[in-house]
Design a protein around this ligand. Structure first.
Ligand code: NAD
Length: 497
């Protein structure tokens, strides 16, 4: 059994088990940082910042390029670590690493992305410019479901912009972050610029309260996101906190049945539904029977099994407790009158009795008042709701407290346009079930899916990780005072010629 991380408290430190969700066996133990560990990490990051912000853009960019090459070379190692502790199938883990690398590639353009503005002669002999400067120590706190990609939404941009970064990864799957820290070191990043600090709520709260931390990026569940945002901003920090989700796919009567059902199956059951952009509610406009039949046939054809087995389409859930909680939603759906069309509780995984498996679950005739609809489930449960019109579908989506992602499936351009314009959700797909923006756009939801106003990566990420400074400059000639006449006390403007 491996020990992950250290603490100044040595053998007195708290620790928590890490499992292989496919076997249910404990494979490691992660040491949880205390407040003093956080103090040391922040002090080291603050020390490193002085040198890092003075490091030229050329030198920073070269390190980023080298880091990108190293991550690329270690794609499979990272994917194996993800599968071992998270459980998702290897191909999906490789996809996660690929999407993370795209953010590193975006950050390699930092010399261009940080270019300021300059206006000559805004008044006679006066020039104006704006520059963006780094903030200092930035902390990132991340969830279990994307142990490589979600941290990579944050630190490539933060570090490229000249900040130092402390990553507090999920205590459920901490190992990939340690390999990432090694790769940064190999790339030539100075000590203290990127630090992994393992821990739980104690470490998070210490980071939120620490006066040496300038900004906090958080991704996780909505209650914790709200807490992080409120506590970080209360102590004067800049914060962005991305929360949970309940993503709807609206299916119009004219949508192509086969390709829509394929897309919904991938979006509902990929990564066992443990994606913040997973579709969990399908809203069918009109007759829902043909779509439910198509979904049922496909769901029954999926293979649930260990993520490392190439025959598996879907791996286990993250913990036994979480698997049981998700399965409990089928009980409540049945009790509230919904139809359980595919029951994942019946799944049999050869040799996997102790693993945290739950097969795909399809629940039809769900209504908005049911628990299975109201909660974020974060598991392989796809609910089908039936409505009569697009207006009803949009109202349903907009009434939901979450607003992370949504999609519409249709051949009707005007319906798609209405949906895009009127739906109150941060990321919208048109015939695309999981509309995760590319690295050079920005990722983020609305309503209770995001606290704070900055989305991650893309230009919003650059802005979040820097502070704007506007500079007005005059270089008077030596004789200017005498030539200028009497001193004027009026408010300066560009009108004066
Ligand atoms: P979580 O909220 O339990 O944990 C996230 C992080 O917060 C972890 O690092 C954890 O150690 C820390 N944490 C947990 N409880 C805390 C507390 N009481 N105080 C301070 N810190 C605490 O989330 P999770 O279970 O790891 O991840 C799943 C959740 O993340 C889902 O709700 C999912 O929708 C969400 N998520 C959202 C996005 C997004 O972009 N909006 C992306 C991925 C995951």
């Amino acid at each position: 059994m491996k020990q992950i991380g250290t603490s100044v408290e040595g053998s007195q430190a708290r620790a928590t088990p890490v499992f292989d969700p496919a076997t249910g066996a404990q494979t490691g133990e992660v040491v949880l940082s205390c407040r003093r560990d956080v103090d040391l990490a922040v002090a080291a990051a603050a020390d490193a910042w002085a040198g890092w912000r003075d490091t030229s853009l050329t030198a920073r960019t070269r390190i980023l390029f080298t880091f990108r090459e190293l991550v690329d070379r270690h794609r499979d190692d990272l994917a194996r670590l993800i599968t071992a502790e998270h459980g998702k199938v290897l191909e999906d883990a490789r996809g996660e690493v690929a999407r993370g690398i795209e953010v590193v590639e975006f950050a390699c353009g930092i010399p261009h992305l940080l270019k300021g503005e300059f206006s000559e002669d805004v008044s006679t002999g006066v020039d104006a410019s704006s520059i963006r400067q780094p903030l200092g120590v930035v902390a990132g706190i991340t969830p279990f479901n994307f142990p490589v990609m979600v941290p990579m939404w944050m630190y490539p941009v933060a570090v490229a912009a000249g900040n130092t970064f402390i990553l507090k990864p999920s205590e459920r799957d901490p190992s990939p972050s340690l390999l990432i820290a090694d790769l940064w070191g190999e790339a030539g990043l100075p000590d203290g610029v990127f630090t992994v600090l393992n821990g739980d709520a104690e470490a998070v709260n210490a980071l939120l309260d620490h006066p040496g931390v300038a900004a906090v990026s958080f991704v996780g569940s909505t209650p914790v996101a709200r807490h992080v945002f409120e506590r970080a901003t209360a102590s004067g920090k800049r914060a962005q906190a991305l929360g949970g989700a309940k993503n709807h796919a609206v299916v119009m009567g004219d949508a192509d049945l086969g390709s829509t059902a394929d897309a919904l199956i991938a979006a509902g059951y990929g990564s066992a539904g443990e994606r913040c952009m997973a579709i969990s509610a399908v809203v069918v406009v009109g007759d829902g029977d043909p779509l439910v039949e198509a979904l049922r046939d496909r769901a029954l054809g999926l293979t649930t099994g260990p993520g490392a087995d190439p025959a598996s389409d879907m791996g286990p859930l993250i913990t036994e407790v979480h698997r049981d909680r998700v399965a409990g939603y089928l009980d409540s759906a049945e009790a509230e009158g919904a139809d359980v069309v595919v029951d994942g509780r019946e799944v049999k995984v050869p040799g996997g009795d102790a693993g945290f498996f739950l097969g795909p679950c399809l629940v039809d005739r769900v209504s908005p008042s049911m628990q299975v609809y109201r909660d974020e489930i974060f598991g392989p449960v796809l609910s089908v709701l039936r409505v009569d019109t697009l207006d009803e579908a949009i109202d349903l989506v907009n009434a939901n407290p979450y607003g992370n992602g949504t999609a519409i499936f249709t051949r009707d351009g005007s319906a798609a346009r209405r949906f895009r314009r009127d739906v109150q959700v941060g990321m919208v797909g048109i015939n695309v079930a999981i509309p995760v923006p590319m690295a050079y756009y920005s990722f983020g939801g609305w309503k209770q899916s995001l606290f704070g106003d900055a989305h991650v990566h893309g230009m919003e990420g650059i802005r979040f990780n820097t502070r704007l400074k506007s500079v007005t400059t005059r270089w008077p000639a030596a004789s200017a005072s005498a030539a200028a006449g009497p001193i004027e006390l009026h408010f300066p403007s560009g009108d004066k010629r």
